[in-house]
Write a protein that binds this ligand. Structure first.
Ligand code: PEP
Ligand code: MN
Length: 265
């Protein structure tokens, strides 16, 4: 597989050469006001790619499952009024079609989808002939082959603007992390696909906002290319992932403390 790192979509998100890029926004789009308020604050910080989940994969029923299609119109407003690029999670072929119809700039495949080759293939089929950047999260379980397989299915559609997101791996034990980082798995992936950006998602690895800084610093020390951090104007009131979201101001101070060091692996 060939990745044209230099001219890739993701390279253009960097604040400067060799600088990691930042993707931020709420776990879920909840209201038009919450989306706009978050996006305005992030735009002022120089964030270029705004994230928000519209269709939310929740472990159990009767939890907030996302605002659905109407949220795409809010993302469109973020694009048009603020000039930000936008990304959302897609889990089915229909999600892909609807997101592309509303000109979502980047799609991501979630951890609960990467585990399922049928679902990934359905997404790949919907992407045939389309040139949209795609980010592939690791599967919920520590299985490098499934992660690679999902990346290959998307690559086989002709899309080379691909990135991998490391969001940690689920375990049954009570642990410090919501999802164990198991750093050796993403590092093995990065070594295999040199030139494909690797993005850390410290929000889902840690599950707690105070773990975002140390996890992101660790990832930068390992040579990661970017980060995706969940950001909400009132995190404790968030309808999903409340404990791990930070305000735009808190994000700003996290970013200011991070040091970009030379990769150590
Ligand atoms: C998310 O990014 O909000 C999300 C649902 O993530 P994951 O697929 O990593 O659980
Ligand atoms: Mn989330």
């Amino acid at each position: 597989m060939e990745f044209t790192n230099k001219d890739s979509f993701f390279t253009k998100l960097q604040a400067g050469q060799g600088q990691p890029f930042v993707i931020a926004g709420p776990c879920s789009a909840e209201t038009e006001e919450q989306v706009m308020q978050t996006a305005v604050a992030l735009q002022q910080q120089g964030v270029k790619l705004f994230r928000a989940g519209i269709w939310k994969p929740r472990s159990r029923p009767n939890a907030f499952e996302g605002v659905g299609q109407q949220g795409l119109l809010w993302l469109r407003r973020v694009k048009q009024e603020l000039g930000l690029l936008v990304t959302t999670e897609v889990a089915t072929g229909r999600h892909v079609e609807e997101a592309l119809k509303q000109e979502v700039d980047v799609l991501w495949i979630g951890a609960r989808t990467t585990v399922n080759p049928f679902a990934v293939q359905e997404i790949a089929d919907a992407l045939q002939g389309v040139r949209v950047p795609v980010m592939v999260k690791n599967p919920v379980n520590p299985d490098l082959a499934l992660w690679i397989g999902a990346i290959e299915r998307i690559y086989n559609t002709g899309i080379t603007d691909l990135a991998a997101i490391h969001r940690g791996f689920s375990s049954y034990d009570e642990a410090k992390y919501r999802n164990s980082p198991l750093w050796q798995i993403p590092i093995e992936l990065k070594a295999r696909y040199q030139g494909m950006p690797l993005i850390v998602d410290p929000s889902h690895i840690g599950g707690k906002r105070e773990l975002i800084f140390p996890l992101t610093q660790k990832a930068l020390d390992l040579g990661y290319d970017g980060m995706m951090i969940e950001t909400h104007p009132t995190p404790d009131l968030a309808l999903s992932d409340a404990a791990q979201q930070v305000t735009p101001d808190a994000l700003k101070s996290i970013l200011a403390r991070l040091q970009v060091r030379k990769a150590t692996y």
